[in-house]
Ligand binder design. Structure first.
Ligand code: AMP
Length: 117
């Protein structure tokens, strides 16, 4: 996708603080970190969001989780980590290229929600 910022990062046209790369995925530091460690893991193939996953393209998601586990070890997240995917407007997805946030280095909170009646 020509106007996709993460496609441009994957192609090396926009610089990023890369922490891992292979033929299928790229991992780089988030510009606006929400935890002491905040890495984004993306497929190099353009998939707009988790809502666009199909039996044909979903294999990369398993690979991304393997990369997350490997990076968690390499980045010292022995006490645990969180993997987040935001999808669509209600999910507050701001970049329309599938990505997973790998967050760690602190104990996470959980978004508050009123108790159900
Ligand atoms: P989301 O809101 O789930 O779509 O997350 C998009 C994330 O991409 C945000 O956390 C941004 O801070 C991050 N981001 C946007 N542009 C860049 C960039 N050029 N390099 C690194 N992170 C970026």
């Amino acid at each position: 996708m020509t106007d996709c910022v993460f496609c441009k990062i994957a192609a090396g046209e926009i610089p990023s603080a890369k922490v891992y790369e292979d033929s299928a995925v790229l991992a780089f530091r988030d510009l606006d970190p929400q935890a002491p460690t905040h890495v984004l893991i993306i497929p190099k193939e353009h998939i707009a969001s988790a809502a666009e996953l199909t039996p044909e393209n979903s294999g990369v998601v398993a690979h991304i989780f393997e990369v997350a586990a490997r990076l968690a070890k390499e980045l010292g997240l022995e006490k645990g980590f969180r993997v987040v995917n935001n999808c669509g407007p209600d999910g507050m997805q701001s970049v329309q290229h599938l990505h997973f946030h790998l967050l760690g280095g602190k104990q996470m909170g959980w978004p508050p929600f009123p108790p159900q009646p």
